[in-house]
Design a protein around this ligand. Structure first.
Ligand code: ST9
Ligand code: FAD
Length: 664
């Protein structure tokens, strides 16, 4: 018997080729096939069940995470999965674990900052997981200000060793994932001191626990920092604390690609810029942008499918009520998020390319694109994670009361997702880095140095400062060049206005501090321009499949025009567009929502998420929401007994007293 599909009618309405859209979303046919196979592999494996994890105690959840990680590793070995497939498998297991940090930061830190001898020594052990590592940078007293870290690594020429020490309480390492209970090793960031001189923060490979007994090595104090936000969620991770009491490590365990310390204790700074010590963060920020599109797509998929099932009001002659997805307010909240998921997907693809390009250049000692790579990864990480975190909460509200149920999947997704706004760089701190980069670019405009890459538009500042938007009718907003010019003009005008205000301060640093809220806005305008322009560039490509390109054009316009509507104040205040043109953009936006509507379910089907990965009754593929909610409620441990524990001690006495009082 064919399973019932409550979304069948919605799926029939789609005006594009779904299979081709799935391929666009995955990036290529190969990626699609790979990811589809691995997702199904995980979904069909009972060890990877996750429907009960919010009920587990912290200890049980942690043990469950160890069990899943061990099973994942066994599958990876048994099935001889490639590195790419293994990464996919871990992400579909969908439970934050120490392995995220081992593969995502420990290994990349050694690869990026180690010498070839260090690669030869450490990487094979790490790849085989004979050692497990984490990334120990943040301290109790300092996270954002990396130069303010206090842990010291003092070179002792007598023994050819570094002495790792935590001189204060605030120098305790605090937060590193995988550190608390699992890691045998860490890349530790500490101030390098040679001959009494402080050379700033560098990375060191430090063994923390015995490889036979897992006990902390002498001089090392290590443990978990405690429960975090939400039940389940990020509590599967052992974020840890770490203190060193004069722990000795050999000299060759300092990561020496950027700087070296010789046998005599001489500090040697190579041609490589010192910022390469921050390279692992740049790498991870880039991956966070792609991950943002996945998390956003997940929330949007749940809210869209449920909005098509849910009906409220408007029944005529006893007929069905209106699907909430048909309310214009629902569409105006939901469809921009759907469009943002696609927009972040494409900008994530582009950022991956940019990162690969900069890595190849670095290998050839070409550091010219490093500032651009830093600004793009920092800015886009910040912008996409902030939007996604807010969007998950918006999707919860779009699902009404049932969105607040744990089994909607949204509370846990929110709890797991929100720290991305903080880790790998606080979002405001990162936007201020982008603003610095933009102010520097503006200050060089008159010097003959042509801005390149994502700031190339600033080279046309003269035109963009005085151009007038030519929109006369709502449909004029559908012209890509019109949209692009409006975003470029807004970004450049905001940048130049801020640069002028900065110029009024005698001390530029004072000006930067004073104007920082405005500078954050400037950085956001620039990042939004990047996302819009990369979406438009994507549409220049040959995109096969009936109606696929057309749908993407609609989504691109929704993305750009909803931003224009949201930030209308900026656009109008900088004189890029008139209030009337703003109103026309809004009119066009409403028309676009009507075009998205029949395709909404198919557009979220294109994410190709299994029910296992989505982990949501409201978002399940077949839309059989009510029956599943009803069945699930009876599985709650509170319903194991009809009369709850505690009735005799606490409820009955009150009730009895009530009866007595009533009798009086
Ligand atoms: C429902 C279940 C779902 C399950 C899902 C399962 C999946 C879960 C996945 C879990 C994964 C978990 C991963 C978590 C990882 C978190 C790890 C961390 O947070 S690790 C910790 C992360 N911690 C952080 O992110 C800390 C953030 N803080 C920082 O990065 C730095 O302190 C700073 C950048 C803010 C300032 O640095 P400072 O040294 O004071 O620098 P100045 O400002 O003085 O600028 C001087 C010059 O340097 C330039 N420049 C700067 N950076 C870079 C760069 N990277 N490159 C190149 N250049 C750079 C800058 O442009 C300027 O140039 P110029 O003007 O001279 O030309
Ligand atoms: C779940 C999670 C996992 C983590 N994993 C790791 C890990 O594996 N390894 C690791 O080393 N670290 C890890 N961290 C730490 C993380 O990287 C830091 O918390 C992060 O870099 C932010 O630093 P902070 O905590 O010092 O924030 P703070 O800098 O103290 O931020 C507090 C507030 O001050 C503001 N602020 C700070 N500086 C400025 C400024 N210059 N201008 C304006 N406003 C400012 C911020 O915007 C924020 O509002 C993790 C953190 C979390 C939450």
């Amino acid at each position: 018997m064919e399973a019932l599909d409550y979304h069948a009618e919605e799926r029939r309405k789609a005006e594009f080729n779904l299979d081709e859209m799935k391929i666009v979303w995955a990036g290529s046919r190969r990626n699609y096939e790979l990811s589809d196979r691995v997702a199904r592999l995980v979904a069909s494996d009972p060890v990877f069940r996750k429907d009960n994890r919010t009920m587990l105690t912290r200890k049980d959840l942690f043990k469950d995470t160890l069990r899943k990680a061990a099973h994942a590793w066994k599958r990876i070995i048994d099935l001889r999965l490639s590195e790419e497939e293994a990464n996919m498998l871990r992400s579909y297991v969908d439970q934050p674990a120490f392995t995220d940090l081992h593969w995502g930061m420990f290994i990349p830190a050694i690869k990026g900052q180690g010498t070839s001898e260090q690669h030869e020594k450490w990487l094979p052990m790490a790849y085989k997981m004979q050692i497990i590592g984490c990334y120990a940078q943040t301290e109790l007293g300092h996270g954002s200000n990396v130069q303010g870290l206090e842990t010291t690594a003092t070179f002792d020429p007598q023994t050819d060793e570094f002495d790792l020490h935590s001189p204060t309480l605030t120098s305790s390492k605090w937060w590193p994932g995988g550190l608390g209970k699992v890691s045998t090793h860490a890349v530790v960031y500490a101030r390098l001191i040679t001959g009494g001189q402080d050379h700033g923060v560098h990375g060191f490979i430090v063994q923390l626990r015995g490889l036979d007994d897992h006990l902390p090595l002498p001089g090392i104090t290590v443990g978990d920092i405690g429960m975090k936000f939400g039940s389940g969620a990020y509590n599967s991770m052992d974020n840890g604390l770490l203190r060193f009491d004069h722990v000795r490590i050999p000299r060759n365990q300092m990561l020496m690609r950027v700087s070296q310390v010789t046998r005599e204790g001489k500090f040697v700074q190579s041609d490589v810029p010192r910022q390469l010590v921050y390279g692992t963060m740049v790498y991870v920020r880039q991956t966070i942008v792609s991950d943002a599109s996945c998390a956003l797509a997940r929330a949007v998929c749940i809210a869209t499918r449920y909005s098509a099932v849910r009906r409220q009001f408007g029944s005529q002659n006893g007929g069905p009520e209106i699907q909430v997805i048909d309310y214009k307010t629902q569409q105006s909240r939901l469809f921009p998020l759907l469009a943002s998921a696609y927009a972040f997907r494409f900008v994530g693809e582009w950022l991956k390319w940019l990162y690969t390009d900069v890595t190849q250049r670095l290998q050839a000692n070409d550091f010219s694109t490093l500032p651009e790579a830093h600004a793009c990864t920092a800015g886009l990480k910040s912008m996409t994670t902030s939007v996604t975190a807010d969007a998950i909460e918006e999707c919860r509200k779009l699902c009404g009361g049932h969105g607040y149920l744990s089994n909607s999947g949204l509370p846990e997704l929110f709890a797991v997702y929100i720290p991305t706004c903080t880790y790998e760089g606080d979002n405001v701190v990162l936007l201020l880095q982008v603003a610095r980069f933009l102010m520097k670019t503006v200050s060089q405009l008159g010097s003959g140095k042509k801005p390149v890459g994502t700031t190339a538009y600033m080279g046309r500042a003269e035109h963009l400062m005085q151009c007038r938007c030519e929109v006369e009718m709502a449909q004029d907003w559908l012209k890509p060049s019109t949209i692009l010019e409006a975003f470029e003009a807004r970004a450049v005008r905001m940048s130049i206005a801020c640069a002028k205000s900065l110029g009024k301060f005698s001390n530029p640093e004072d000006g930067f501090a004073e104007l920082s809220p405005d500078l954050v806005e400037v950085a956001i305008a620039h990042c939004q321009l990047i996302v819009v322009s990369k979406f438009l560039e994507k549409l220049q490509q040959d995109i096969p499949g009936k109606g696929v390109k057309r749908q993407l054009e609609i989504l691109c316009n929704v993305y750009a025009l909803h931003l224009l509507h949201k930030h209308l104040g900026d656009f109008v205040a900088t004189g890029c567009i008139t209030p009337n043109q703003g109103a026309l953009a809004n009119e066009q936006l409403r028309l676009l929502y009507a075009q998205v509507r029949p395709n909404a379910i198919a557009l979220v089907d294109a994410f190709n998420y299994t029910d296992h990965y989505l982990g949501s009754i409201l978002g399940c593929y077949d839309g059989n929401v009510y029956q599943k909610l009803y069945q699930e409620a009876w599985k709650d441990p509170l319903n194991d007994t009809v009369v709850p524990d505690g009735y005799l001690e606490y409820l009955r006495p009150i009730l009895k007293q009530h009866i007595r009082t009533a009798r009086l």
